[in-house]
Design a binder for this molecule. Structure first.
Ligand SMILES: O=C(NCCCCCn1ccnc1)c1cc(-c2ccc(F)cc2)cc(O)c1O
Ligand SMILES: [Mg+2]
Length: 218
């Protein structure tokens, strides 16, 4: 029977990574996706930039939008202090199911909460719920890696619901490819944000890509 790409990624982790060793899980996925089949993980080059931002911010609260197979979830969770609260949102139930198993293989299931799958486009109702459901006031770090056309609307929504504060950091993947032009345009022209980008490449390719760093200053 047909085995989906996400299942093949999970099998590569279970075959080649050591249980409880997050770095071996990351290595297994990167080896599979660079040698066998491309997949939309943030990848190792951008992943190292993500690691440096997580280490610098040292966040007590983190939100990730777009879990996919849990690759960036494992990278982030492995760098968090024990008291940190980390929520990752995945609307696609099939991706969420694989991500749970990848995160568990890395031994990080106690550090991450994968938000239950909601109906696509229901982002407007999950933001206020996050406050009450997880007892989180504001996020110190948000990693945007979900639908590119939702970066702007979800950032505005988080603002409106008071989930962001002065000093919050947002890091966005794929501002070039597939691209989030309205988001980049908005944050660059707003006095509320200090933004800059880290030059990198699209995962597992030589194509130019940037990670867009956004610091909230007001
Ligand atoms: O679409 C992407 N991610 C969102 C997936 C759907 C998320 C669903 N969801 C989860 C939570 N809320 C909504 C993505 C795409 C590419 C890419 C680049 C080049 C190419 F030729 C094809 C694809 C590279 C990435 O790094 C990406 O992240
Ligand atoms: Mg991405």
């Amino acid at each position: 029977s047909f085995v989906s790409l996400r299942q093949r990624i999970l099998s590569a982790v279970q075959k080649n990574a050591t249980r409880g060793d997050p770095r071996s899980v990351i290595r297994a996925i990167d080896q599979f996706c660079s040698q066998k089949e491309w997949a939309m993980n943030v990848g190792n080059e951008k992943g190292c930039i993500l690691d440096s931002v997580v280490s610098e911010v040292n966040p007590a609260t983190v939100l990730e939008l777009g879990t996919y197979c849990g690759y960036s979830t494992v990278r982030i969770a492995s760098l968090l202090p024990p008291y940190a609260k980390f929520i990752t949102l995945e609307f696609n139930p099939d991706f969420a199911a694989v991500a749970r198993q990848v995160i568990a293989w890395a031994g990080l299931e106690d550090k991450v909460k994968i938000k239950p799958c909601l109906v696509e486009g229901a982002s407007s109702d999950w933001i206020p719920k996050i406050k009450e459901q997880f007892g989180i006031k504001t996020f110190d770090l948000v990693f945007l890696d979900h639908w590119k056309e939702h970066y702007l609307s979800d950032t505005k929504l988080m603002e409106e619901c008071g989930l962001l504060r002065k000093g919050s950091v947002l890091l966005a993947d794929n501002v070039i490819c597939p691209g989030a032009p309205d988001y980049v345009e908005y944050v660059r022209s707003s006095p509320r944000y200090k933004s800059h980008y880290f030059r990198s490449h699209l995962e597992y390719t030589k194509a130019e890509e940037n990670l867009w760093y956004l610091g909230i200053i007001e």
